[in-house]
Design a protein around this ligand. Structure first.
Ligand SMILES: [Zn+2]
Length: 333
């Protein structure tokens, strides 16, 4: 099964740029910015990077964030992610970037864009196409929404969608409706997080108020049969991140993950990694873990890979060769 998963051309739809920083990337950043105090020794960094609990995860995340000062640092992140995706035969990824956090850290917007663009060109050269989702850090409220929208309306190369992340409790989705409306009017797709750390009502709100085309996580949808049915009927894909949900203690184990009920309910499930090295996750690992926990056969696993292609914002003519390649890999089993 592992070699089958490796052979499938894959698409990743939910990965955060800062959260994608692996050991090699962070070593490079730590050596460039010793003042940040992040271990520049591999063994020490590996210990620092080992997942302990959610608070430690946040500490590591913000330590990485603190080393992002200019275009070279963004470039380093993007290239590190692209190399890792190429290693796993991931051909296309929609990567979530949170420009507001970089800008409030003092990085000019032009630097963010320059790093994204130069990194994206390197990625293309190694066979990985990257697209961007600019997301609002919800906990920072309406000023963050305003800045993120203004930045997105520059329509940089590769930007396909507009998102909303951060904690859900006390951060109602509806308040962001005008920003999502404006993003949609500018031709961007709408992909908020919802139902990761709160109940199904947040997912309903994301659909109703933000007109979400895909849902980031959506884990709690299974608590509401009418919602599950609605998602299936409307074909609204979920960006499911099983290991992330286990690590953040939203679910007890991959085996206990509601992905089974989602699939049984006819929902379009895609598998994704969220913040992979922080959670000790890889996209291949997510496929393998779900295949094992749910006792899936090759055709079911291929279907998950197809779902990600179909749920992506790639133009239709670009989806066809990927779907054909998945079919060919399945036929060769
Ligand atoms: Zn996320």
């Amino acid at each position: 099964m592992h070699s089958f998963i490796r052979a499938l051309p894959k698409v990743e739809l939910h990965v955060h740029l800062v959260g994608s920083a692996g050991i090699d990337t962070v070593l490079e950043l730590a050596r460039r910015h010793p003042e940040a105090g992040v271990p520049a020794d591999r063994d020490e960094l590996e210990r620092f990077y080992t997942f302990r609990d959610f608070d430690h995860f946040l500490k590591v995340y913000w330590a990485v964030q603190s080393m992002l000062k200019g275009r070279d640092d963004i470039h380093t992140l993007v290239v590190g992610l692209a190399r890792e995706l190429a290693r796993q035969n991931v051909r296309y990824a929609e990567v979530t970037v949170t420009p507001y956090n970089h800008m409030t850290d003092g990085m000019p917007g032009d630097e963010v864009l320059a790093g994204l663009e130069s990194g994206r060109a390197i990625a293309a050269g190694i066979g990985v196409e990257l697209a961007w989702c600019f997301d609002i850090p919800g906990e920072k409220g309406l000023p963050a929404a305003r800045e993120t929208l203004a930045f997105a309306l520059n329509r940089p190369e590769g930007l396909v969608s507009f998102g909303l992340g951060g904690p859900e409790a006390g951060v109602g989705r509806a308040q962001f409706a005008p920003f999502f409306d404006a993003a949609r009017d500018a031709g961007l797709h709408c992909v908020p997080h919802a139902g990761e750390t709160s109940g199904p009502e947040t997912i309903w709100s994301a659909l109703r108020d933000l007109k979400a085309e895909r849902i980031g996580h959506g884990t709690s949808c299974v608590e509401d049969p009418a919602l599950l049915e609605h998602l299936a009927l409307k074909g609204i894909p979920l960006e499911v991140c099983p290991t992330s949900n286990v690590r953040t203690q939203q679910v007890a184990s991959i085996g206990a993950h509601p992905v089974r009920q989602m699939l049984d309910g006819g929902v379009v499930v895609t598998l994704n990694t969220d913040d992979p090295p922080f959670f000790g996750a890889t996209l291949e690992g997510e496929y393998l873990a779900v295949a094992t926990a749910l006792d899936l056969g090759h055709a079911d696993v291929a279907r998950l890979a197809e779902n990600a292609v179909l749920a992506s914002f790639l133009p239709n003519p670009r989806k066809t060769p990927l779907l054909e390649e998945i079919a060919a890999v399945l036929a060769a089993v």
